[in-house]
Design a binder for this molecule. Structure first.
Ligand code: PMP
Length: 420
């Protein structure tokens, strides 16, 4: 890793060491003096970080649940291309969504995602707006021909509960299992599910971001005409998934695959085109499937970043490799919690613990504030648990390096030794 030392605009923008490969930005663009001055001002006015950094790069280990950590290589690549994308003379942010450059960006993003998840031509891949929350309504509106249609929801955490409540406006959802009474620490056995014989779909949240509960396998809808629907927002592209088992998968990008502002929808093509008449045009999958997600102005920059992330995941060897890394990271964190003699506690049943979001509490809750503050000083930030459950939560998405988790567990052991 070589540190940028030239007097190019990049040296003013980079606070960071970067690869010795000359970014395409430098190869293609010679800045004017005026533009150099403008960039220089931007760099100078950047506020200093509020916590001490974890490394000489000035970056911290960000354990936030979302928006969340992204691969440093992706951020640097975006930075290098930000000012003048591929010699087009403008940034992606300024570019028409109908330009040939953006056409390439969105098609490459889709094709790389299809490769990552082995998505067949039977499915449309859509890049939409409105967050996963909008999909809580879009799913029933698109899949239920009428408001009287029966569907089933298995609720293993707060996000599944929100999806279930939203569906009540557009169809007749049955809550066939809820983990609420056990504080959302479990996944039911699939045999015990009392599925409705006429349900149009069975909805699950594949990974509950707040409670840290993850499906390790998926139930099959009992009605042979029904499809499985999954909110995969917080474990999307964290491991291989057999897409053919699902009718619909949706995921907000801002955890594992990009910034906020874009939601990926993977929907079986034969399910498109039957939306309820009241469905707003922007929520109808047909609108976006017919126009390759370009019916109106899409979130271009967010899609571009997702594309860089997908390419990066492929470069890492695809999702089999990605899952191995994730299992290793989660393993050392859960092992540390379990080996602490009850000092740290993760309430989730072991077999369904999330590889992405690890909630834990301290035996002495009065120390939690100190734990979070000291960790932050050490450059490990955003460890506070969701306000609805308290405690701590370490989100360790794909982009969290092993070094980040190793640093966290070393800190946890030291904290325990200092505060027995
Ligand atoms: N589902 C899950 C599992 C989530 O974690 C979130 C956001 N944290 C949502 C849905 C809602 O997503 P959005 O904010 O993109 O609407």
């Amino acid at each position: 890793m070589a540190t940028t030392t030239t007097s190019s605009p990049n040296s003013l923008l980079f606070h960071h060491s970067t690869s010795s490969r000359k970014p395409s930005f430098l190869r293609l663009y010679t800045p004017s003096r005026a533009s150099l001055r403008r960039i220089s001002c931007t760099a100078v006015s950047t506020p200093p970080p509020s916590v001490s950094s974890s490394a000489s790069t000035g970056r911290v280990f960000n354990f936030a649940a979302g928006p969340a950590i992204l691969p440093e290589s992706v951020i640097l690549e975006a930075q290098a291309e930000l000012f003048n994308y591929q010699g087009s003379g403008m940034s992606i942010m300024e570019m028409s969504h109908r330009s040939k450059e953006f056409d390439y960006v969105i098609k490459k993003a889709e094709s790389d995602l299809r490769s990552l998840l082995s998505i067949s031509d039977d499915y449309s891949v859509l890049f939409l707006q409105g967050g996963a929350t909008t999909q809580f309504a879009a799913a029933p509106l698109n899949l239920c021909a009428s408001p009287d249609t029966t569907v089933d929801y298995v609720v293993t955490g707060s996000w599944g509960d929100k999806a279930f409540k939203e569906a009540q406006k557009y169809c007749k959802p049955n809550l066939i299992w809820s983990g609420k009474a056990e504080k959302y620490t479990k996944i039911p056995s699939f045999d015990s599910l009392q599925q409705s014989p006429d349900a149009r779909y069975l909805h699950i949240c594949a990974n509950e971001t707040i409670h840290g509960v993850e499906f390790k396998d998926y139930p099959t809808p009992a009605n042979k005409d029904a499809v499985l629907v999954a909110d995969m927002s917080s474990n999307f592209c964290s491991k291989p998934v057999d897409v053919s088992r699902f009718g619909l998968i949706y995921a907000g990008a801002q955890k594992n695959v990009g910034p906020s502002g874009v939601t990926v929808v993977i929907v079986r093509k034969d399910l498109i085109g039957n939306a309820q008449p009241i469905t707003p045009v922007m929520l109808d999958y047909k609108t976006h499937a017919d126009t390759l997600s370009l019916y109106n102005t899409p979130p271009c920059f967010a899609i571009y970043i997702c594309g860089l992330v997908f390419a990066d995941l492929l470069k890492q060897g695809g999702l089999v490799e990605v899952e191995k890394n994730n299992a290793k990271k989660a393993g050392i964190l859960y092992d540390t919690i379990d080996a602490s003699g009850g000092y740290y506690v993760c309430p989730v049943e072991k077999s369904v613990r999330s590889l992405m979001n690890v909630p834990f509490t301290l035996r002495q809750p009065e120390l939690e504030k100190t734990f979070i503050a000291e960790a932050s000083k050490e450059g490990m930030v955003q460890l506070k648990g969701h306000r609805s459950v308290g405690g701590m939560r370490a989100s360790i998405y794909n982009a969290m390096p092993l070094a980040g988790v190793e640093k966290l567990v070393a800190f946890m052991k030291d904290f325990q030794a200092r505060n027995p």
